[in-house]
Design a protein around this ligand. Sequence first.
Ligand code: APR
Ligand code: PHB
Length: 390
Amino acid sequence: MRTQVAIIGAGPSGLLLGALLHKAGIAHVIVERQSPEYVLGRIRAGVLEQVAVDLLDEAGVGERMHREGLPHDGFSLAFDGGHHRVDLHALTGKRVMVYGQTEVTRDLMDARAAAGLTTVYSAENVAIQGFDGNRPTLSYRHAGADHEIQADFIVGCDGFHGVARASVPTSAIETFEKVYPFGWLGVLADVPPVHEELIYANHPRGFALCSMRSKTRVRYYVQCSLDDHVEDWTDARFFGELRRRLPEGDAARLIEGPSIEKSIAPLRSFVAEPMRFGRLFLAGDAAHIVPPTGAKGLNLAASDVGILSRALAEHYRGSDLGLDTYSQRALSRIWKAERFSWWFTSLMHRFPETGEFGRKMQHAELDYLVSSEAAMKAMAENYVGLPLDA
Ligand code: APR
Ligand code: PHB
């Protein structure tokens, strides 16, 4: 088979890139290792920046998001028993859209099926060859037969454990990583949210986050140990712990319900540089990971493929400037989101190794933050998302 762009991975990066390329009239194929059900079963963050909302609109898949998503004008920081609102709209003129990554993925899958675009699911042995020359190929095994796709370009949208980044010679790539000494225990439940906006709580027992998927479904998290096992966290223990980490009023309002999903996620900051190797490009989690504090993962995936889809369209109109500057443009925005996610994580979590001094520093910073319009503005500007060309 021959196509213009071969995409590895049907997560949000691969699916959105496919949708944007289709709008630009560029032929492409997506090859995914898992089944569609498996891809939809992964629970991830659910806060979209305006840049991501605009790209979903541009891709023609924003209709349900605007109907069912919840625009939020602010969120709360809770510490020392108090509640402090960060008024995103007053501080930046922007807001965020609360809409789950699962729903974004479903909308992209449905639009793809309706447009008759090719996605090969359950592909085995995905491998890439020749991306340092002019004729890159992608090979895979599907339903017992071997296949090969010849393409102008290959894009690795295959996540942190994908094959694309792993196929690049180690001498051509540099990686930067920080692993945090704790995880997030997340619970999904069908109960009304404790508060109409998100609450990020710093508490001596550890961080907690009250998020939501809709007016009737919550996503709550507590910081946990990396040695913890999900089986040891009954729903009662989870809600008990969450309640202890929230200010009194919120704790009293918290409604419990049986968990639909419960999982522990480690926290990591990671960046691979560059994001282009000849005719191979990396986008999304294949190139970078952020800790979930601030929900930048999906938003960065969207901005990468926004920049890349424009660059590919320019290429087919005769200019390679966009492709030549993709890595540098994407990384400039990525590092700023890495910085914000690292800062917000450092501010809100319990780090046993930093001791009482670390706790005092966090406290001073939180106190300063909520009393300084300049500091609040800087936080809000990053939370709603920097411009595509940050
Ligand atoms: N061959 C084909 N597909 C693969 C391979 C492979 N060798 N390895 C991984 N994949 C697929 C995975 O099964 C997955 O569906 O690539 C997809 C990558 O999807 P994500 O991990 O969701 O990454 P991305 O699309 O970049 O989305 C980034 O998802 O991880 C979250 O927080 C992150 O919200 C952010 C978003
Ligand atoms: C979520 O809804 O899962 C979520 C929201 C905000 C975050 C992280 C996760 O910062």
